[in-house]
Design a binder for this molecule. Structure first.
Ligand SMILES: O=C[C@H](O)COP(=O)(O)O
Length: 250
């Protein structure tokens, strides 16, 4: 039985003070949730969020990191720095990083491997563009991402990766993939994981849906056979809305 995982991605929003205020409110609203709960926040908010959420069931994640341990990489943050802070998760390969910061599957693969060396659970994002979906190449595109991104991981590591299926056309657009569409692609991703690592890993790996998830959509999404949670952008910014999603619409 896979434990659901709901992660909020605050992207580039909030000052440190604002972030702490939302976190304080959120932790009271999601006490006793049946899902794992994570907030992935901008780097400068992480120390304050780790302190604010200590002892609660809300874990803290980063939205990116470098794959090198240290060095002349101006503006970057290393995996060891996140580990030392007490961060538990890190989003890797979000489509916004692939699109605006030219992240390649090679970079993403190095980051995944490094995350495990620093006890960080990676949330690996994969997904197709609208053109790719319309051209009927969704599975081909995602298979290439999954194969390259997970290359060289051990079965035990692969089991721990949280995969977020995010169709790019559904991110921040208000266009949610139908629950059936999301479930179908997520089942296909599970099969891809099975082809590489075997049935036991595929059965254990948690795969989220992301793209315009809202309190009104989550119940139906969570009722699907293969959807194990959500990666939530816009609707994670307000504690009330995000708590409703964490509690599956209630
Ligand atoms: O990381 C989150 C996703 O990009 C989804 O964002 P969204 O819920 O605002 O569409």
């Amino acid at each position: 039985m896979r434990k659901p995982i709901i992660a909020g991605n605050w992207k580039m929003h909030y000052t440190v003070e604002e972030a702490v205020k939302v976190a304080k409110e959120l932790k009271g609203l999601v006490k006793g949730a049946s899902a794992d709960v994570v907030i992935c926040a901008p780097f400068i908010q992480l120390p304050a969020l780790v302190a604010e959420l200590k002892g609660s069931n809300v874990k803290v994640g980063a939205q990116n990191m470098h794959f090198e341990e240290k060095g002349a990489y101006t503006g970057e943050i290393s995996p060891g720095m996140l580990e030392a802070l007490g961060v538990d998760y890190v989003v890797i390969g979000h489509s916004e990083r692939r699109q605006y910061f030219n992240e390649t599957d090679g970079d993403i693969n190095k980051k995944l491997k490094k995350a495990f060396k620093h006890s960080l659970t990676p949330i690996l994002c994969v997904g197709e563009s609208l053109e790719q979906r319309e051209a009927g190449t969704t599975e081909e595109v995602i298979r290439a991402q999954v194969v390259k991104d997970l290359e060289g991981l051990s079965a035990d590591e692969a089991k721990e990766v949280v995969i977020a299926y995010e169709p790019i056309w559904a991110i921040g657009t208000g266009k949610t993939a139908t629950s059936e569409q999301a479930n179908e692609t997520i089942a296909a991703i599970r099969k891809m994981v099975a082809d590489i690592f075997g049935a036991e890993v595929a059965d254990a790996v948690r795969i989220q849906y992301g793209g315009s998830v809202k309190p009104s959509t989550i119940k139906e999404q969570m009722a699907m056979s293969d959807i194990d949670g959500a990666l939530v952008g816009g609707a994670s910014l307000l504690a009330d809305d995000f708590a409703k999603i964490v509690n599956f619409g209630v």
